[in-house]
Design a protein around this ligand. Structure first.
Ligand SMILES: Cc1cc2nc3c(=O)[nH]c(=O)nc-3n(C[C@H](O)[C@H](O)[C@H](O)COP(=O)(O)O)c2cc1C
Length: 195
């Protein structure tokens, strides 16, 4: 039998892992620099090593080019205008146009609700892998799941078959302009012991 050290070897210590995981925070302000596409491709390569039940590998990743990005911003502006008015929509457009890197992540539909639920969970794991990898490369990211991601217009506009996939989220990525903060509740409020 292989020795324990070989089976459990990790390149980083638990303390380093904890610091690294805690260090990833959702970033919502980026510099104008557009990251090299190679970085996001590398991040996707790592993302797909997420756990996924029965190896369904339900995730799909779409690198968003300038035309698609403009179309998403237009669609979002229309949706926000309908709900909150033109002024708020114009401010959103301005903000969204500043986001340097765009990725769409989709999940394959599955008629079995148990598989569908597990596949969504797997995609969420993949997105976390992706965000952590970007963090290791000095980039920040933000998962967007707003109304635009559920719009029936989104996927056809991107050339994606909505009968086969649905959008799990858009991911903005780039070099952080500020280091955001985030809080978590006490461990005692979320951990219980079962007899
Ligand atoms: C499934 C999911 C959807 C999210 N959607 C949005 C979103 O639409 N807009 C947004 O501002 N943040 C969104 N976020 C990011 C959360 O707001 C963020 O994770 C939270 O504020 C905690 O910050 P942290 O990631 O730095 O810990 C989403 C996160 C997850 C996991």
């Amino acid at each position: 039998m292989a020795d324990r050290a070989a089976l459990t070897s990790s390149p980083i210590s638990p303390a380093q892992a904890a610091e690294f995981i805690r260090g990833r925070r959702t970033v919502d302000q980026f510099t104008a620099e557009v990251p090299d596409e190679a970085i996001i491709r590398d991040a996707i390569e790592v993302a797909r090593w997420a756990p996924n039940h029965h190896l369904t590998q339900p995730w799909r990743f779409y690198l968003i080019g300038p035309e698609s990005r403009a179309a998403i911003v237009d669609l979002n502006t229309r949706l926000v205008a309908a709900r909150k008015g033109d002024e708020v929509a114009a401010a959103k457009r301005e903000r969204w146009q500043q986001m340097p890197g765009w990725l769409a992540v989709t999940c394959e539909h599955n008629d079995d609700p148990v598989v569908a639920r597990e596949d969504y969970a797997a995609c969420a794991c993949a997105l976390q892998n992706l965000a952590l990898y970007l963090h290791s490369a000095g980039l920040g990211s933000k998962w967007i799941s707003g109304e635009v991601t559920r719009s029936p217009d989104l996927l056809p506009m991107l050339g994606i078959d909505a009968a086969r996939e649905y959008c799990v989220g858009l991911l903005w990525y780039g070099y952080p302009r500020r280091r955001p903060r985030s809080q978590r509740s006490d461990l005692d409020s979320i951990v219980s012991r079962c007899p």
